[in-house]
Design a protein around this ligand. Structure first.
Ligand code: NAP
Length: 314
């Protein structure tokens, strides 16, 4: 690489990633730039790459503001915050970080299943608030042996299914396409899946087709003894319908890592004992974040050295 290419970082990410980028590129930290409009008016030509993540990606406005943009290297596997159509139109390459995070997110899904069904967060509050001295906590329900329906038997969905074998769960799924060799039962739509399982796990990518894929009808098909676990994206669920169902007792419980308007979380969820909330931490371990950062950088280095991209999307 001759002159260091300019890279636009859409939001604060790990110190490690920022150091790695600074070593090889001229880094522009979007949040430190006082007037973005001024910057785009005068310096937009210096930016040849964008690094974003699953929350702060590259929308149409950002892409249009950067006439010399060649590549978006996303620190995520989800690409719903990138205008992929525009990228294809303009010949901008896009890379993501699949595989690096699969095991971590699958672990969190299982953790949320166990914590939600066995109400472990409510148990913890019960002990801390010294309520144990007054009464027993009460009964929950078993995880082992329950039927689990997975929406999206992709990388993460398959890793969740694999883990659930040790809980003797009956795993079934819905995806765009049937996977005949998976050994799991396929349902051709989400309603049938929800009608035939007790725990519904959302692990698909967010697209127009999967926006609000879990709506009132799906929630009602799952019923008052059913649980929803979401490690995909908040907008997979019609959140208002979810909240209403939980408040009215039409759904047994929910374990949520992602929210429709995160970091805002519906206030009605805060006091519910049958809900477990986590702040979009599916990939938040030192090991996984380092592996993701290395891949983000490796894709940029490959691009600017005219080498094949490691994990191209478009
Ligand atoms: P992946 O391997 O690409 O799998 C995506 C799955 O979504 C595939 O099984 C695909 O179906 C399914 N899908 C896509 N469109 C669908 C539709 N219209 N109807 C039904 N299923 C559909 O991706 P991954 O690595 O497993 O990641 C999945 C998602 O998890 C990401 O897109 C991201 O949003 C989310 N995620 C969240 C976190 C977190 O921190 N909570 C971290 C990483 C990723 P086919 O198998 O038929 O193609």
């Amino acid at each position: 690489m001759d002159k260091k290419p300019g890279v636009w970082l859409t939001c604060p990410m790990s110190q490690y990633l920022q150091q790695q980028l600074t070593t090889r590129f001229t880094l522009f930290k979007s949040w430190e730039i006082p007037s973005k409009q001024d910057f785009f008016n005068h310096q937009s030509h210096s930016i040849r790459a964008v690094v974003g993540n699953g929350v702060h990606g590259a929308d149409s406005d950002l892409i249009e503001s950067l006439p010399c943009l060649e590549i978006i290297s996303s620190h995520s596997s989800g690409l719903d915050k990138i205008d992929l159509v525009k990228c294809v139109e303009k010949g901008i390459r896009v890379t993501s970080t699949p595989d690096m995070l699969t095991e971590e997110v699958a672990d969190l899904a299982v953790l949320l299943i166990l914590a939600t069904v066995r109400k472990i967060c409510a148990c913890d509050r019960f002990v801390r608030n010294e309520l144990w001295k007054q009464r027993d906590f009460g009964l929950t329900t078993k995880v082992s042996g329950k039927s689990v329906g997975i929406i999206g038997l992709g990388r993460i969905g398959s890793a969740i299914a694999k883990r659930l074998k040790s809980f003797t769960s009956q795993v079934c799924y819905y995806s765009r396409s049937e996977k005949p060799n998976s050994g799991y039962k396929y349902y051709p739509n989400v309603i049938e899946l929800a009608s035939n399982c007790e725990i519904l796990v959302i692990a698909c990518s967010l697209t127009k087709a999967t926006h609000h894929i879990v709506n009132r009808e799906v929630i009602d098909a799952l019923g008052p003894n059913g649980f929803i676990i979401n490690i995909g994206r908040g907008a997979h669920i019609d959140e208002q319908e979810l909240v209403t169902a939980l408040v009215e007792g039409r759904l047994g419980g929910a374990g949520l890592d992602v929210f429709e308007h995160e970091p805002d979380v519906p206030v009605q969820l805060i006091d519910l004992d049958n809900v477990v909330l986590s702040p979009h931490v599916g990939t938040c371990t030192v090991e996984t974040r380092k592996a993701m950062a290395d891949l983000v950088v490796a894709n940029l280095v490959a691009h600017f050295s005219n080498e094949p991209l490691l994990t191209p999307v478009v």
